[in-house]
Design a protein around this ligand. Structure first.
Ligand code: URA
Length: 244
């Protein structure tokens, strides 16, 4: 399908629409080796070659973004009262159709993915995909061997039984910081699982989805584009020893 050049550049997260017009006017955009003459010029993203300031643009149909979600924002596209994660995106990453792929509670921090690829998000979130998510929970009380066994078997709370989960602490770390790996995404799941064993979550951070780890260089509230290979990591199992 043919697309306007400025829309194409925005969709590839190269620049904003306004910047696209400036780049074209400055003669910095080539379309199939020829200087582009208008931001409204049409191209076929699948077959046409675009370069900006000499850099070839590799066409990507979808956008995948990793965010280190801060507390206090909703994993939603819009809300009348509370700021949402979409509001944290820098202008260069904003594009129509983006949504958070899965939810973290308002007070939960860490790895959140945003995309405009519905089938990818659907597959990642589908219970049958068995995508494991790793969380670090700051707890009110240290975990016991019985808690580990209970999580392994699957705890029940409020009439709901949760699928078996891994629970552990890491040697040398705060004994009140436990790691939990779950493959479901039920409402307040981690908090409810700890509630079921008489403990309480005081803070929660998501560190990994499948084999995709939260980029440790991303400050809270920051985000970056993922490559397509990184986006596919959510469907892989993490390798190596347990832990982040
Ligand atoms: N489990 C929770 O309780 N909250 C989250 O945000 C994610 C998992």
């Amino acid at each position: 399908m043919l697309e306007r050049l400025d829309k194409f550049l925005t969709s590839q997260n190269i620049c904003t629409r306004k910047e696209a017009a400036r780049l074209v006017r400055s003669g910095l955009v080539l379309l199939n080796g020829q200087q582009a003459h208008s931001p409204a010029q049409k191209l076929d993203p699948q077959t046409d070659q675009v370069t900006v300031e000499g850099q070839p643009i590799e066409y990507r149909r979808y956008t995948y973004i990793m965010m280190n979600k801060p507390a206090g924002v909703l994993s939603a596209t819009e809300d009348r009262r509370t700021p949402t994660v979409l509001g944290l995106l820098p202008p260069s990453l904003c594009r129509r159709g983006l949504f958070p792929a899965g939810r973290l509670d308002k007070d939960t921090t860490g790895l959140l993915l945003l995309t405009d690829d519905g089938p990818w998000a659907h597959k990642m979130l589908a219970p049958k995909s068995h995508v494991y998510k790793l969380y670090r929970a700051q707890l009110q009380a240290p975990i016991t061997p019985e808690d580990i066994t209970a999580f392994e078997k699957g705890v029940a709370q409020g009439g709901v039984t949760f699928a078996p989960a891994k629970l552990y602490t890491l040697p040398g770390e705060d004994p009140l910081a436990a790691y939990v790996e779950i493959r479901e995404g039920k409402f307040h799941q981690v908090k409810r699982m700890f509630q079921a064993i008489g403990n309480q979550v005081l803070g929660l951070t998501r560190l990994r989805i499948g084999a995709l780890c939260l980029d440790a260089t991303l400050p809270l509230g920051a985000c970056r584009l993922l490559t397509e290979e990184e986006a596919l990591k959510v469907f892989q199992s993490p390798e190596g020893p347990k832990g982040p």
